[in-house]
Design a protein around this ligand. Structure first.
Ligand SMILES: C[S@@+](CC[C@H](N)C(=O)[O-])C[C@H]1O[C@@H](n2cnc3c(N)ncnc32)[C@H](O)[C@@H]1O
Length: 194
């Protein structure tokens, strides 16, 4: 089932809302990693491709929309990023399909307003290896924003922190994304090391 309010506007408009490289500098850190990375709902690949240039591990990018998946596949090919594997998959109905504890990093960007965020976070926790990191960004609800799901269904950082604790994450922290994302907040959480 496609998550509510998860359709995308024109790409040019979408990418005007943030600076993906600067956001990933704060959430993923430097290039040269070797961890596997999983992205729920990759959309245009706005974050997939910049993230893939930071790790040589397998990058799994899932989206329910075949057109988005084809676009990301093509872009990865054009960029020579052979370790990116985009897949048409409904993570709500089918899960992510990755092995337990197989991922070093999981990205959940602009998605936590879906109907069952706890199920998504449980699946992210299952996918992460001990010590693995989850990153989240979402539209702020405390300011006017030019786009985003209705404010009533946007989770606030404190709500996300509660959900993350409930689904087994620890070391939850809010990350100031600064001018890279004036309309978004960021969060990081860890799957406990053991
Ligand atoms: C709001 S967009 C965000 C895209 C990307 N994460 C970003 O921030 O640029 C949400 C994406 O999730 C996808 N999506 C929604 N429900 C899904 C589901 N059940 N399984 C897989 N993808 C889904 C949509 O097709 C859309 O591309």
């Amino acid at each position: 089932m496609k998550g509510r309010e998860s359709g995308m506007p024109d790409e040019a408009y979408w990418v005007s809302f943030f600076d993906p490289e600067a956001i990933l500098d704060r959430l993923l850190g430097a290039r040269g990693g070797t961890y596997n990375l999983l992205e729920f709902g990759c959309g245009y690949g706005t974050f997939t491709l910049p993230a893939a240039s930071r790790t040589r591990g397998r990058v799994t990018a899932l989206d329910i929309e075949p057109t988005m998946v084809r676009l990301v596949e093509q872009r990865a090919r054009d960029a020579g990023l052979a370790h990116v594997h985009a897949e048409t998959r409904d993570f709500v109905d089918q899960g992510t399909g990755v092995a337990d504890g197989s991922q070093g990093h999981v990205m959940v960007f602009n998605l936590l307003h879906i109907e069952d965020p706890l199920a998504l976070l449980r699946e992210a926790h299952r996918a992460l290896q001990p010590g693995g990191i989850l990153s989240v960004i979402h539209w702020r609800s405390d300011i006017e924003t030019p786009r985003g799901p209705p404010r009533a269904i946007r989770p606030k950082p404190a709500q996300c922190a509660l959900w993350l604790a409930e689904t087994g994450f620890d070391s939850v922290l809010q990350v100031d994304l600064g001018p890279a994302a004036p309309y978004h907040f960021g969060m990081l959480a860890k799957r406990a090391a053991s």
